[in-house]
Design a binder for this molecule. Structure first.
Ligand SMILES: NC(=O)C1=CN([C@@H]2O[C@H](COP(=O)(O)OP(=O)(O)OC[C@H]3O[C@@H](n4cnc5c(N)ncnc54)[C@H](OP(=O)(O)O)[C@@H]3O)[C@@H](O)[C@H]2O)C=CC1
Ligand SMILES: O=C[C@H](O)[C@@H](O)[C@@H](O)[C@H](O)C(=O)O
Length: 308
């Protein structure tokens, strides 16, 4: 099946496919087939990974089994907070797990440095159970390390994830490379319009994580979404993803179910909205439905208007 995926042009000139396959919480024994199917049958050319997901070896196996040439695929991964003082170490493990020699995009997963010498490799905690954060860590130092990865040719683009305007302003003044991307929770209930406007002014493109509202999502049952989906004869998931694509936002739906993987790309790119439909979707949050679903218990101020 030949599905042509539209792309988004980043501030370094690279073209990134506007739909990518998410892999968080995809079990290893299912994600091999999911990635293989997405690339070989579903027309995907973009896979979103992270060191912390613990399944990058299986994702790499899926990429190899697909037979799709490496240079045709956009692969993103993320440096986990326990590695913000040594991102190259995290990247090297990711590259080895995936079986790749470069990434297309590498992100700082969260703007928080967790204690690298703490009581757990990924989620160190203090005796009281609170996450063990290095509170005075300068994010500008991590960003400078990210920049060196581009110079070394290990990654083609660098960016951030879960960065508010407050956190972007901690790296922008000394940045020699402007982040290409900020990956955020974005969907009809959490459009983050003010932050996206700031990012646009700076040339930073948004990627939407949890575009369907993550697992057990209420978004697919939202009455406006369902009504518009019914009028178009598509599933609510296609409306949710097409809303993001209509705004030029890259969406990263996760699925390990072949039919959903295929639909999340092919159905999505076939949906277009009337100005009235788009307006209805684009004002759900300001009409009382603002909600985000991914809220880890970080003991720090992240600077988001709606959260911490
Ligand atoms: N940077 C960050 O901090 C974060 C990044 N992410 C990234 O974003 C990706 C997507 O976000 P995620 O939180 O996984 O959630 P999504 O919003 O992508 O939702 C995934 C859920 O929706 C189901 N689903 C997928 N497609 C359909 C469909 N067409 N119809 C009905 N149900 C469907 C999946 O089930 P099934 O698989 O069983 O089909 C799964 O339960 C992640 O996998 C990850 O790559 C996510 C969270 C945070
Ligand atoms: O990418 C996925 C998410 O960021 C996930 O890695 C975190 O939300 C994590 O579960 C946490 O509790 O901090």
């Amino acid at each position: 099946m030949a599905v042509k995926v539209p792309t988004v042009k980043l501030n370094n000139g690279l073209e990134m496919p506007i739909i990518g396959l998410g892999t968080w919480q995809s079990p290893k024994d299912q994600v091999v087939a999911a990635v293989e199917y997405a690339l070989k049958e579903g027309g995907y050319r973009h896979i979103d990974c992270a060191f912390a997901y613990g399944n990058e070896d299986a994702v790499g196996e899926g990429i190899r089994r697909s037979g799709v040439p490496r240079e045709e695929i956009w692969v993103t991964s993320k440096a986990w907070p326990t590695y913000l003082n040594r991102v190259e170490e995290c990247l090297d493990q990711t590259l080895s797990n995936l079986g790749l020699d470069y990434l297309d995009l590498y992100l700082i997963h969260w703007p928080i440095h967790l204690n690298p010498s703490g009581n757990n490799h990924l989620f160190p905690t203090l005796p009281n159970g609170v996450r063990d954060v290095i509170h005075d860590w300068p994010l500008s130092e991590t960003w400078s390390q990210m920049e060196s990865l581009v110079k070394k040719g290990k990654v083609r683009s660098i960016g951030v994830s879960n960065f508010s305007e407050l956190k972007l302003n901690e790296i922008l003044p000394t940045a020699t490379i402007i982040p290409a991307v900020n990956q955020l929770e974005l969907h009809v209930y959490n459009p983050q319009k003010k932050l996206l406007k700031f990012m646009e002014e700076k040339g930073i493109k948004p990627q939407a994580y949890s575009p369907l509202g993550s697992s057990k999502s209420p978004l697919m049952a939202d009455e406006t979404v369902v009504q518009i989906a019914n009028a178009k004869g598509v599933e609510p998931s296609a409306v949710l993803l097409a809303y993001l694509v209509a705004k030029g936002i890259t969406a990263l739906p996760k699925s390990v179910t072949p039919q959903r993987i295929a639909d999340n790309l092919s159905k999505t790119i076939s949906v277009s909205f009337t100005p009235e439909e788009f307006e209805q979707l684009d004002t759900l949050a300001e009409n009382g439905k603002q909600q985000r679903f991914i809220k880890p218990p970080w003991p720090v101020k992240l600077g988001f208007e709606d959260w911490i």
